[in-house]
Design a protein around this ligand. Structure first.
Ligand code: MN3
Length: 236
């Protein structure tokens, strides 16, 4: 398939004053677009016998990188990963975001971290102390517990069997235009736009996926099923 840049579900300016218009425009239209273009370009160079990968979704590619020919594997990992991470990142933010989680999500966060404040403090520390470029995540693990994770580059927590439900981009391009080197200020501002409703929807999906995954033993084919649900999270 030809991978496509997802449309932002809000205007570039919608997250002002917390996340600025110019950063959103450059980040979505230039950075994310480049990952999509580079992924498509890498897949155009598939050697004969690997045409099936042309039809694979981003998640299917990432979940079975061994099936990707070695000469384009790094390009697929980095650019497919970048496409996945950013697609989820845009959806985790909203002009109606901020405040506190509620319902089942709030209960899960309290069970996992003691309180929303304690969760936010731990997540913030993980994001702030991540060396270099990468991502901070809230995920559901194989036991059904919420965990905080960080990944370097555009690596995804799916590699570790973690299902991501909230993600923060801490590459400098995500904040440098407004916050310069002050990553901590960016993270503090970002909490004001976190779309807890979307995170809650992600948790519900992840729980279903976890049940499905357990039922079939996380076989590679499982991801074909999971991918459908995850795509909804990005596109709905
Ligand atoms: Mn980015």
């Amino acid at each position: 398939m030809t991978h496509k840049l997802p449309k932002l579900p809000y205007e570039f300016s919608a997250l002002e004053p917390h996340i600025d218009t110019r950063t959103m425009a450059v980040h979505h239209d230039k950075h994310h677009q480049a990952y999509v273009d580079n992924l498509n370009r890498a897949l155009e160079g598939l050697p004969p016998g690997h045409e099936d990968l042309q039809k694979a979704s981003t998640i299917q590619l990432l979940m079975d990188l061994d099936a990707v020919p070695e000469e384009i594997r790094t390009a697929v990992r980095n650019n497919g990963g970048g496409h996945f991470c950013h697609s989820l990142f845009w959806r985790c933010m909203s002009p109606r975001g901020g405040g506190e989680p509620s319902g089942g999500l709030a209960e899960a966060i309290e069970a996992g971290f003691g309180s929303t404040a304690a969760f936010q403090e731990t997540f913030t520390k993980a994001a702030a102390s991540l060396f270099g470029s990468g991502w901070a995540w809230l995920c559901l693990d194989g036991e059904g517990e919420l965990v905080i994770a960080t990944t370097p580059g555009h690596d995804v927590p799916l590699y570790e069997g973690l299902l991501p439900i909230l993600v923060l981009d801490v590459w400098e391009h995500a904040y440098y235009l407004k916050f310069e080197n002050r990553r901590a200020d960016y993270i503090a501002a970002w909490w004001n736009v976190v779309d807890w409703d979307h995170v809650a929807a992600g948790l519900t999906t992840a729980k279903v996926e976890l049940g499905l995954g357990k039922a079939v033993g996380w076989a590679a084919g499982t991801w074909a099923v999971l991918e459908k649900e995850w795509t909804k999270l990005f596109e709905s």
